[in-house]
Design a protein around this ligand. Sequence first.
Ligand code: F6P
Length: 360
Amino acid sequence: MVATGGGDCPGLNAVIRAVVKRAAQERDWEVVGGIQSFDGILSEPTEIRVLDEHAVSGIHVQGGTIIGTTNKGGPFAWPIRQADGTWTTVDRSDEMLRKLQFLGIDAVISVGGDGSQRISQALFEKGLNIIGVPKTIDNDLSSTDFTFGFQTAVQIATEAVDKLVTTAASHNRVLVLEVMGRNAGWIALHAAIAGGAEVCLIPEIPYDIAKVQERLEKRFNRGKGHAIVVIAEGAMPRGGEITSAKSDEIGYQNLRLGGVAHKLVHDLKTRGFEADMRETVLGHLQRGGIPVAYDRVLATQFGVKAFEMVLEERFGEMVAYRHPNIISVPLVEAVMQPNLVDPEGSLVSTARGVGISFGV
Ligand code: F6P
């Protein structure tokens, strides 16, 4: 069974297609998809879909996932409404394992980010034959050089910078672009370099608002000039906190990030910075549309490898890319630490080398 969990991500369908196509080369294997990740198994009636070559034909060019996904709840924290109307969570993992056995599922390929792979590891510890495939636009999973979906998000963010430049230049404005990435600044950093931003603010380098202002003022000699600021949703000022809100959606455990661009513009105004400023929040546009070729290729590599790992019974491991090879690593290792931007690393020094300010 293939399950896609967490936020949707360009390349998920390419993984599904690759698993099915590779499986079709073996005898005696049938692939099914769990609808909405593991929720389909726990639903009554069970929601799974047979995935044959016909079902996956041409889907590698489509964004999203044909079997659906969820980033709420899961088998270990299934939300249920109590008699008084409030919600609580219950562990339904044992029931799910029994159901998988009943359905004759020999192995599960779980495509997801850090949260999903933690669930994979916990299910593996309970005896499930499971293989992980790393996905996320945030590129924040260690053990793999890249996750698929990331390059598409960077491309979309870069195109947004390119478009904002025209308005910034025409109006002598500062345009602030807020991009996703959770606690990792990868999308922001890549888009800032590719798009030629003046300032790039990322969670790994808390910024000093005075330094941001100083840099922008330099661009606005005698009131003329323009600048692009790319800010990651997880960025924060020195000594400050992440800008987030608790979600009121049932079963949604993550903090919802967002609002940093608005805060930055507000703080700069309050400090007396006079140039016109506007903010753009790119949001889910970064996860939508067709995957770029790089992500289709990486996702296809991951899908083929994942099925071959099933054949080799390498359960409890996750597919990973270590240039130039596709390898496998223990899931437990893969979820140990996030992959964050190294403030002293080569990409940050490249950005500094072309004059990008990190507000420090
Ligand atoms: O992890 C991918 C991601 O797009 C993050 O960059 C972002 O913070 C989060 O998911 C948004 O999640 P949701 O789709 O639940 O709003």
